[in-house]
Design a protein around this ligand. Structure first.
Ligand code: F6R
Length: 261
């Protein structure tokens, strides 16, 4: 696991956009895993700017989102399909239909989850997965106690996650759906490169467990310690509880420019 501590969100966005740009240069039809929430917004902003400037193109790429609320109407602004379209997809040059998400309105939920796993497999798997992390250590919506071997399925959101996400629903916790469809931890572990972003002191405890804690279903993100290519992009506040912060900074400073993340 490579830990990169950067000065601010803009630098995080640039480093992640460099990795995605390099991937698309060598593989224009790459498959990119997209997260919603606040954490990746700086990456999407940077990629939108680079796309407008002709520096990167998604015209042959495909995308898969991590998760979707169950039961939100198709036109609800907080439905993740609509969110990712607004914050990223509509701002770059993906082909129509190139970005998919789990179907939170499916009548047959297990079949929809199996179909989503199939679609990812048929696309050749995810080349680069963008992730955020919940304050309770979830990735996608694999809440504490999730099986470390889980695949796409329905999950109940914790009260903490619903409180954290109430800001997108006018501050009303009860308006946040109780269930979601989410890629499982084993699904995420199959991505070839995982880039996890965390900013702010409210993420410091989860980041401490992710990077330096024991692997445990109580902090689901810790499964990433078993992944061969994970990059964790942090600001100072999110890194404040890391015991080896000095070592991570020194290692990144000494890295040759050509190497990337
Ligand atoms: C979103 C997702 C979640 C978020 C996490 C952090 O698709 O899968 O795991 O990444 O809840 O959310 P933010 O970034 O809003 O703090």
């Amino acid at each position: 696991m490579e830990v990169v501590i950067l000065a601010n969100a803009k630098e995080i966005g640039a480093v992640a956009a460099d990795a995605i740009g390099a991937l698309l240069d060598r593989q224009p039809d790459a498959v990119i895993g997209l997260a919603t929430g606040s954490s990746p917004l700086m990456i999407y902003d940077e990629l939108a700017l680079r796309c407008a400037a002709g520096l990167v193109s998604f015209s042959r790429a495909r995308g898969f989102t991590l998760d979707e609320y169950v039961g939100l109407p198709a036109d609800h602004p907080e439905r993740y399909h609509n969110v990712i379209d607004r914050v990223f997809v509509s701002r770059v040059d993906f082909a129509p239909g190139a970005v998919r998400g789990p179907d939170g309105l499916a009548a047959d939920i297990p079949a929809a989850c199996a179909a989503y796993e199939d679609a990812i497999r048929q696309a050749g798997g995810i080349d680069l997965q963008i992730l955020g992390i919940g304050t309770d250590g979830h990735i996608a919506f694999n809440e504490p106690g999730s099986s470390l071997a889980s695949r796409t399925r329905i999950k109940t959101l914790t009260r903490q996650t619903r409180i954290d996400n109430a800001r997108f629903f006018g501050g009303d916790v009860d308006a946040v759906p109780t269930h979601c469809l989410t890629q499982g931890l084993a699904t995420i572990m199959e991505a070839r490169h995982v880039v996890l972003v965390a900013t702010g002191s409210h993420k410091a405890e989860a980041v401490h467990h992710l990077v330096e804690g024991p692997v445990s279903a109580m902090w689901p993100a810790t499964i990433l310690q078993h992944h061969p290519h994970v990059t964790v992009l942090l600001d100072d506040a999110a890194a404040q509880r890391l015991q080896l912060a000095g070592y991570y900074r020194e290692t990144y400073r000494a890295k040759p420019d050509w190497q990337g993340i």
